[in-house]
Design a protein around this ligand. Structure first.
Ligand code: ADP
Length: 494
């Protein structure tokens, strides 16, 4: 009996024996410790006396079933949590004990029922582990369900295992309708989808593959697929974790953009062809007008009364200005026709050439010219010459009458682009007019004061923008202007 007592007390299990008079005859150390009732106090008492709160509880009913019918009861913690008010004390922490309890008859040697045995095991850590696991599972499930990307897992046979709500929206099918179905058959090209799945399993990863998916409404969706092989949840077989992002809007926007840019290119080409042909053909009749006006002037010049001679000279002047305009238009329409020809150009040489071309105007105006250090860049020589000649020519033309012109040409390398400038101390441009100055045929000064057609800066703008650069002006009316333009540096020669 003593050995039995020792055995009972060494068990990691609670043991209670209740005799047929309902009094407790065995109360081992485990149960004494967790119930916080010593054996001396428990032995000879009933369970109801020890735990008044148990009155009417399933445990007492189970004990009664043993005595009345000899029937055992297993009380799992799922259905009967915390059968007995047991606790585990660790320092200051007192924690209830989750239990699994077996209540069964204890038979004597002759096979007669003598008493009732209650065995209690501590399931606290198992229950905790279980709860933690459920929490993690619920958390992962939430991540899966809340994803804006459509998510699906696919087994080695290509069948869908789990889908999230975004995948259901993307396909227009319910989760139940998708589970177990072949993943590849959701796609317009089943073959392409199969090859995606095959490759993903083979490489364990597959990135950014665009496929077309068939929505249940019959519409098509362009999706960007990414896949990774992950361990299966319900078997040892790996499965594919696939995310699908609907990029139909992006693809449609790209298509529209490409269409628009094609249209724009075509209409630009048509427009510049039209401007070229129109201005070219306009020069023929104009030449005729000019030459006949010249003839009339020569034949009748002296015989004509003063007023008619003046009319004639207006007509000759008009024809000459029109010719100038047409020539400028022709030049404007030709810019950008060479499709971005590039060569290494020494900008210092280009500026020098433009100064030679403007020699007369420079001498006449007694302008002072300061040219800073200039680089060699990849560009088109003729276009750069036109640019500098136009800008320096304007700086000379729009000089102030109060002072001698001073013009500075300079350069600064500026974060990925070459930036050139032409600075003058001329009449300047009002800030609100500065954009208009670059418009075609736009002039900010009275025609009778300064000669010009208003196309020079428009040509500069077209040249610069055709090369991917920008052009702008900083100015203080009455003090001078600085024109800046940039050339992207990616093709710099030095
Ligand atoms: P144009 O010189 O034939 O009139 P542009 O297109 O070269 O044509 O210039 C447009 C207008 O911008 C000019 O009419 C003038 O009013 C103004 N402008 C251009 N360059 C300067 C400058 N350096 N200083 C002041 N005004 C200028």
């Amino acid at each position: 009996m003593a050995a039995g007592k020792d055995l009972n007390n060494s068990l990691d299990l609670g043991v209670i024996v209740i005799e047929d008079d309902r009094r407790i005859s065995v109360w081992n150390d485990w149960i004494a410790h967790k119930a916080q009732i010593p054996a001396a106090k428990a032995l000879g008492r009933t369970l109801a006396e020890l735990f008044p709160a148990l009155e009417g509880a399933p445990l007492l009913a189970a004990v009664e079933r043993v005595f009345s019918a000899g029937l055992p009861t297993i009380m799992s913690h799922h259905f009967h949590p915390r059968v007995l008010p047991l606790v585990e004390v660790r320092g200051r922490v007192v924690e209830p004990v989750e239990q699994s309890v077996v209540v069964r008859p204890l038979l004597t040697g002759e096979g007669r029922q003598a008493a009732c045995l209650i065995q209690v095991s501590d399931l606290t850590s198992a229950v905790k582990r279980d709860r933690h696991l459920r929490k993690i599972t619920a958390y992962s499930r939430t991540l899966f369900d809340m994803s804006a990307d459509a998510l699906v897992t696919v087994d080695g046979e290509g069948r869908m295992l789990e889908t999230n709500p975004s995948f259901e929206t993307l396909t227009g099918r319910s989760g139940a309708g998708l589970q177990g179905q072949p993943f590849c058959e959701v796609f317009l090209s089943v073959e392409e989808a199969r090859s995606f799945v095959r490759q993903a399993f083979a490489d364990r990863l597959r990135h950014d593959v665009t496929l077309t998916l068939r929505h249940a409404d019959g519409g098509l969706r362009h999706v960007l697929l990414n896949a990774a092989v992950i361990p299966g949840a319900h078997s040892d077989d790996p499965c594919l974790y696939i995310s699908a992002r609907d990029i139909s809007h992006r693809i449609e926007a790209q298509r529209q953009l490409a269409r628009k840019s094609d249209e724009l290119e075509r209409s630009n080409a048509e427009l510049s062809a039209f401007a070229y042909v129109a201005s070219h053909d306009l020069r023929q009749p104009l030449r005729m007008i000019s030459s006949y006006l010249g003839l009339i002037e020569r034949r009748l010049g002296t015989a004509l009364p003063d007023d008619l001679r003046e009319f004639l000279s207006f007509a000759v002047d008009g024809a000459r200005r029109m010719d100038r305009l047409i020539l400028d238009l022709l030049e404007y329409s030709r810019v950008g026709h060479d499709d971005g020809r590039r060569e290494a150009v020494d900008v210092a040489e280009v500026v020098n050439d433009s100064l030679l071309n403007l020699k007369l105007a420079i001498e006449e105006s007694q302008a002072e010219l300061v040219v800073g250090a200039l680089p060699v860049i990849e560009s088109d020589r003729l276009e750069l010459l036109r640019l500098f000649q136009n800008l320096i020519g304007n700086a000379l033309k729009y000089r102030s009458l109060d002072r001698l012109p001073r013009i500075e040409v300079g350069y600064r390398g500026d974060g990925g682009e070459h930036c050139f400038f032409v600075r003058d101390n001329g009449i300047g441009i009002a800030a609100e007019q500065s954009d208009r100055a670059f418009g075609i045929f736009q002039r900010l000064v009275p025609a009778e004061q300064y000669e010009g057609t208003g196309i020079g800066l428009a040509i500069c703008k077209k040249i610069v923008e055709h090369r991917g650069g920008r052009i702008w002006v900083d100015s203080r009316p009455g003090f001078g202007s600085t024109f800046f333009f940039t050339v992207p540096e990616d093709a710099a020669a030095s």
